[in-house]
Design a protein around this ligand. Sequence first.
Ligand SMILES: CC(C)(COP(=O)(O)OP(=O)(O)OC[C@H]1O[C@@H](n2cnc3c(N)ncnc32)[C@H](O)[C@@H]1OP(=O)(O)O)[C@@H](O)C(=O)NCCC(=O)NCCS
Length: 150
Amino acid sequence: MRIVPLSAAVEHRETLIDWLWQAFGSDNSRDFFASVIDSSLSGADLPLTFVALDGERAVGTVGLWRCDLISRQDLFPWLAALYVAEGYRGHGLSAQLQQTVIDCARQRGDRQLYLYSACADYYERFGWAYIGDALDYPATAVRLYHKALE
Ligand SMILES: CC(C)(COP(=O)(O)OP(=O)(O)OC[C@H]1O[C@@H](n2cnc3c(N)ncnc32)[C@H](O)[C@@H]1OP(=O)(O)O)[C@@H](O)C(=O)NCCC(=O)NCCS
């Protein structure tokens, strides 16, 4: 298993778009997730997309984004779009993907990371601190998490 920037494995672009669309999107939002993925291939410093590979097969993804929650643009940067392929769940790959983003953010000099989730009692087990609730547009309550990188 290895985790690489999507720019080094662009042949998996369509797979990642479909995963994010299915996991986090709605009927007509595939183009939205295509734009998210493509913006991470533009060569800008952020956003970044990583892909986990088992041989040549894509089995997971995660992103390091400027902002994942429009209502909290004071927070920066964000771990976002974490997804593990169904047959690969339950073996700790999520933790490896999170660590890839943590290491990347540290190397960039970021001193904090944020994420948001609808799930309770998941990110706590990886050392994320719940710091309160927020609103995903327009009115969905979500949980905010913080990790200090110092
Ligand atoms: C959530 C996800 C990234 C976990 O990946 P993973 O590599 O299987 O994670 P791990 O092996 O580290 O952990 C698996 C554990 O997470 C738990 N888990 C999975 N989805 C969960 C959820 N939505 N809420 C709470 N716990 C969850 C599993 O029950 C399992 O618990 P156990 O270790 O006590 O058996 C993966 O299931 C996924 O991509 N799901 C689809 C996207 C999604 O639901 N994202 C929202 C996450 S809150």
